[in-house]
Design a protein around this ligand. Sequence first.
Ligand SMILES: [Zn+2]
Ligand SMILES: [Zn+2]
Length: 257
Amino acid sequence: MISIRFLGTGGARFVVAKQIRASGGMWMRFGATQIHVDPGPGALVRALSTVPPCEPPQLDAIVLSHKHLDHSNDVNVMIEAMCQGGWKPRGALLAPGDAFDHEAVVLPYARKFVPRVERLTERCEPISVNDVEIRTSIRHHHGVETYGVHFRYGGKTVSYLPCTRFFPELVDDYREHQPDVLIMNVLRFRDTMDVDHLTFDDARTLIGGIRPKAAIMTHFGTKMLEQDPRKLARGLEDEFGVRAYAAHDGWVYDALV
Ligand SMILES: [Zn+2]
Ligand SMILES: [Zn+2]
């Protein structure tokens, strides 16, 4: 059993600053293994206020795709909660090297609580967290060090494609992993500004090229929200014949293994 709970589906500074959509990241369960991905602002509060709550002391790993605040703000408090204030060290922390070095977002004192720290690199060797195998993508084009994450468990692959400017090599990299589920951060609807984020049209290109069995859009900016992401997802189903979803806060995607 794989399940993905969306503790937040907002992206872009304005949506996050006003909490039009929450920004707590994703709480993934692969059998008994629990992994929190991209704990942005409010992650701890969102985790504890779900029914039943997502329990930080049961976490096996925290993963950051990159260090921007909307993905990393709550990383230190999540580490403390996972390791019960440092009294019960447990779990792993996986993050790009620059989350620890220049303008570090992981505080040195919090880092000491975690028994295992993995600095993510491009297309890394598989990292095991219990029986989940984690690999990274090629480096994304997104200002700070950013990697996509491929989770393999029970013969299924969940790929998370976080923020990036579109470039064609993304298609080859993600297609190689043949994702059953592809989660994409689709911040923008159409390109009115030249920024390092995917537009909805980029997402269409990626789905057409990667051909996952299911595609989930999340991390929406205001223009995407104005367009009604659920309607856009239905359009993707018609166009590509894949299951397509627009995530919303608190939503749980369940996949049987
Ligand atoms: Zn973001
Ligand atoms: Zn970012």
